[in-house]
Design a protein around this ligand. Sequence first.
Ligand code: GTP
Ligand code: MG
Length: 303
Amino acid sequence: MINFFQKLGLGLKKTSDKISSGLKDIAFKRHINNDLLDELEELLITADVGIKASRQIIEAFGAKKFDKEITEIEIKEALAAEFTNILKPLEASFEPDSHCPYVVLMVGVNGAGKTTTIGKLTSKLTAKGKKVTMIAADTFRAAAVEQLEAWAYQTNAHLIKGTPGCDSAGLCYDGLNEAVKRHDDIVFIDTAGRLQNKTGLMDELKKIVRVIQKVIPSAPHLTLLTLDATTGQNAIEQVEVFKKLLDVDGLVVTKLDGSAKGGILACVAMETPTPVYFIGVGEHTEDLDIFKAEDYAKNLFGL
Ligand SMILES: Nc1nc2c(ncn2[C@@H]2O[C@H](COP(=O)(O)OP(=O)(O)OP(=O)(O)O)[C@@H](O)[C@H]2O)c(=O)[nH]1
Ligand SMILES: [Mg+2]
């Protein structure tokens, strides 16, 4: 069975292939001069690394390697090292402590991967003996509740669901009280997907936060914003809008498999630095893992 590093490599292959074929065209056995640095910067921009991050990476690279003759593999290694420096501050560790329960609020736009991420995380946690409750706060769509219910069944988690169309904040209030009584370790609140420009639904999130604080004043202990990596630059706007509304503690970046936009995390680091708790490279439990800057950067450059 392949490990997560290899999966990440396969997932980021579209991006790394793009970078590799671009490098082949421009950089084989050449002296590092200003023209080459410009070409490398453009190549990074086309991989969604973003203008600021691309410039910073190329400046740092140029400062060390200017006027040297360098092979393609050395270029990749040097660029990956600079990329790691940019991404390193985004690393985060998920340590649900003994808040009894530790409450995780999952937010994000439609289809980003919120429910799936909750399912994958729960699967890992219940396997370690943790008691998990999931609250199906997406009360609009029956299919949304069924989807979470399937994960709850599969992972031995407790599910709290309401009647169709019921008030999601009220459901969170009741569900959290129940989880406290059950002495659960962790509660995941699965919210409905909401586009960042729909104010009604966005306000509802604030209401959920106010209501759960009536049960546990320190909750939510972790607010995670799920981003779909295939959305590219629009992800930056999503982070900014959700941050204005909520105390977003960190990100989950999904669908890094099949995305040619693997450079997007560098943009996040430069434009709106936010810790990345997990990355997803597929639909199954083993396709989610913590974010490691160096592994990510190496895979991005096909190393
Ligand atoms: N390839 C791939 N698919 C993923 C990943 N994460 C989630 N998905 C798929 O993306 C689709 C949407 O995921 P959901 O978890 O339902 O997304 P959501 O944010 O809960 O969506 P809404 O509740 O509709 O807002 C599902 O088909 C998932 O299986 C990933 O890392 N890679
Ligand atoms: Mg969902």
